[in-house]
Design a protein around this ligand. Sequence first.
Ligand SMILES: Nc1ccn([C@H]2C[C@H](O)[C@@H](COP(=O)(O)OP(=O)(O)OP(=O)(O)O)O2)c(=O)n1
Length: 157
Amino acid sequence: MVVLRPEDIKSLIGLSDESLDCSGIKLTLKTIYVPETVGELRVDGRVLPEYEELRCDPMCRLSSGAYIVRYNEYVKIPNGYMGLVFPRSSLLRMGATIYTAVWDPGYEGQGIGLLAVFNKQGIVLEKNVQLAQLVLFKMSGETMFSYKGTYLGEKEA
Ligand SMILES: Nc1ccn([C@H]2C[C@H](O)[C@@H](COP(=O)(O)OP(=O)(O)OP(=O)(O)O)O2)c(=O)n1
């Protein structure tokens, strides 16, 4: 696998320079949600929890716990590529991190991450701040397993 340089990403996906980081695409904070009910993952489906949106005006103070963050950037992963997300080091240094899964070939949307705040004093985030970086990898070729799942095209108003 090959890691795409920001300039390769730019010509592949057509993002603006301000969305590019040293090793990938900047992912910035759009919305923060708190899971309010139980989630259920079954062999034949899932029930996602209900969420409460936190208002950041423009700062958000988060106590320790689990949050879902949605990113501003609408990203398209072309067939033959996949993505992994890494938290900003400053977030780690504050005692918080972003957990993520694989961003599949063919996926497009405004993705999400699980923000875990371990700092017992909490952290403060400003709306639109960069939280993470999406690193794109080139696979050995196009794949027949292009993403067609539930989250394809997800976008928040
Ligand atoms: N932290 C993450 C990880 C992934 N994704 C996006 C990109 C993935 O291509 C898509 C689906 O991820 P998974 O295939 O891991 O999700 P599921 O298997 O749960 O969903 P489905 O059953 O619809 O495939 O979600 C995201 O927005 N945020």
